[in-house]
Every structure is written in C-alpha cells, then in structure tokens.
Write a protein that binds this ligand. Structure first.
Ligand SMILES: O=C(O)CCC(=O)C(=O)O
Ligand SMILES: [Fe+2]
Length: 295
C-alpha cells in the first residue's frame, strides 16, 4: 500500500512513492484526472541529486545561455519571479514568441542535462509508466511549431506564486489550439525542485475547487496581476474556510497534483536561496491514446 503523507483524515490523498516503484501505479494519471481517487503524488528521486547539482551549477553560470529566453512578463505578473522559457499562461495569444522560446528551450535544455539524463526522456518514462504505457508527447502547433515541455521557474527571497487554479487556463485565448487536441476535463500540474529555499516555498493546496466560471478573485483586490490572491493576504481566510494541506518535496522529487481543479499556491520563500523548479502541465489527448505535457 502507498504511504499517505498525512495519515489522519487528510483533506487530500497524496501518494508518496519512490521512482523505482512507479510501474505499480499504471493508472495513476487516469485515477487523478478522471476517477478522482486521489489528488496528487510525490515521486521521489525522479532526478538524481548529482544530476540536479550539475544542472543548477550550469544554470548559475549561464552555461549554454538559457538567460536568452528569460521571460520577464511572468516576472511582472508575480513581482520578481521569472521563468526560463515562456509559460503559456502568461504569453500573448498569437503564441509567436512562445513557440520561438519553446524551440530554443528544448535545445538548451538538452544541453543543460547533457551527461546526466535527458529531461524529456525522463518525463516520457514517468508519464508513460503512470498511464499504462500511453505515448507521451509535447504538443505541436498547426504549423508544426513545438510547445515547451516545461519551464524553469525561479522565486527569489520573499516571493511566492499567489493562490491560483489551473483549469481556468483552458478557457483562455492562448489555449485555443490546445483545446482542439487535449481532453479539457482537467489538467494536472507537475514540478521538480532544483533548489529549495532555507524555509517557506511549500506547495499549499486548498480544499476549494474552481467552479468553472468566474475566477474567484477577478477583482481589483486581487493585487497580483493575474487574477490571483497573495498568500499573506488570503491564506488564513482560505485555510479557515476550506482547509489546506502543505507539501514540501525534496530536490529531484516530482510532485504531480490536481492543480487544475484545486486552488493552490507556493508560500513565500524565506532565506537567501532562491527556490527553483522545473515544471508544467499535462492532460490526456482527446482520444485518450496519448499524454500531452507542456508549460
Ligand atoms: O512551483 C512551481 O513550479 C509551480 C507550482 C504551481 O503552481 C503548479 O505547479 O501549478
Ligand atoms: Fe499552479
């Protein structure tokens, strides 16, 4: 039996497994997205420690020139955080720069991981294992452009990802083409910590589902620039009203969770070390014969 993170009446069921046991969870993606038998999982050691150390040192030295595709629109939206590669949630609806950055990212990401393991191959292995052997793809645009498989996200000291929800994206102009190829019932979020701050930076998930209509806080108080609420402002109220659970995956562990349906945030980081993750989203294809992942 899988261990659950909190044994006593947890708000959410999260599996906590090691990557070496992944073959035992061959319907995990179906179970989270459609059967809703659990809400998330932590898969330990998806990226080995020494691989992460090498990748982080390369990023710090800007070896391979990832900074060429640093996206500051995201930085503005969430006050100081930034991504390498454009996150589709924040790009313009024409997707032109998004596709340009995506192609560069895939190349540079291969270089970044060189000598360790290939990031995309690792993603394919994990998602194929968790879906009973389906093929795993990064979507392609109508002209054959590539989507981005993941973005690298950096949260400096005292920064957060405000409270937000994922499925809202599936109604936005940027997702027009994705909507034609993925099952829009739900998307999962995934991320892997590469650097953790001294404290803070936990994933906090609230017991509140998006109702599929108005975003809860599309108002002038939202204060974060993209229809979300800042942690300091709203955590207590949300926790009190809906309950919450926090998760702190280690370096190299992958978190996969139902961030499509459930409001969630990354709590403010504390200490001098910036939090860094690599992550994105995933859904089934419309025909349920493949898994698509992107950021
Ligand atoms: O920590 C991250 O990379 C993003 C967390 C998040 O909001 C998500 O994965 O949906
Ligand atoms: Fe999210």
């Amino acid at each position: 039996m899988p261990k659950t993170v909190v044994a006593k009446e947890p708000l959410f069921n999260f599996l906590d497994i090691h990557v070496s046991e992944i073959e035992k969870y061959s319907s995990a993606l179906q179970d989270m997205l459609f059967n809703r038998s659990f809400e998330g999982m932590i898969i330990r050691d998806v990226l080995p420690r020494d691989a992460v150390e090498l990748i982080v040192s390369r990023l710090e030295k800007n070896e391979g020139g990832m900074s060429e595709i640093l996206d500051s629109k995201f930085a503005e939206a969430i006050k100081g955080a930034y991504t390498l590669g454009e996150n589709i949630v924040f790009c313009d609806s024409g997707l032109q720069q998004y596709f340009n950055y995506a192609a560069v990212f895939r190349q540079k990401c291969a270089t970044l991981f060189q000598g360790t393991l290939d990031f995309e191959e690792r993603m394919e292995f994990v998602l194929r294992s968790l879906s009973g052997g389906l093929s795993v793809k990064v979507p392609k645009g109508t002209q054959g452009e590539t989507y981005i498989p993941a973005t690298i996200r950096k949260l400096p000291t005292d920064h957060e990802f405000p409270i937000h929800v994922g499925n809202d994206f599936l109604n936005s102009p940027q997702s027009e083409h994705l909507r034609t190829i993925v099952d829009t019932t739900d998307q999962l979020s995934f991320f892997i910590p590469l650097v953790l701050p001294e404290a803070g930076g936990e994933l906090v998930i609230y017991g509140l589902e998006w109702d599929g209509e108005e975003l809860l806080f599309d108002d002038t108080n939202s204060n974060s620039g993209y229809g979300a609420r800042l942690y300091q402002q709203s955590h207590q109220v949300f926790d009190h009203q809906y309950g919450s659970m926090s998760f702190k995956p280690g370096i190299g562990d992958m978190v996969l969770f139902d961030g499509g349906r459930f409001y969630h945030c990354i709590a403010p980081t504390v200490g001098s070390r910036a939090r860094m993750t690599i992550g994105g989203f995933l859904s089934f294809s419309k025909e349920h014969d493949a898994i698509y992942y992107w950021s």
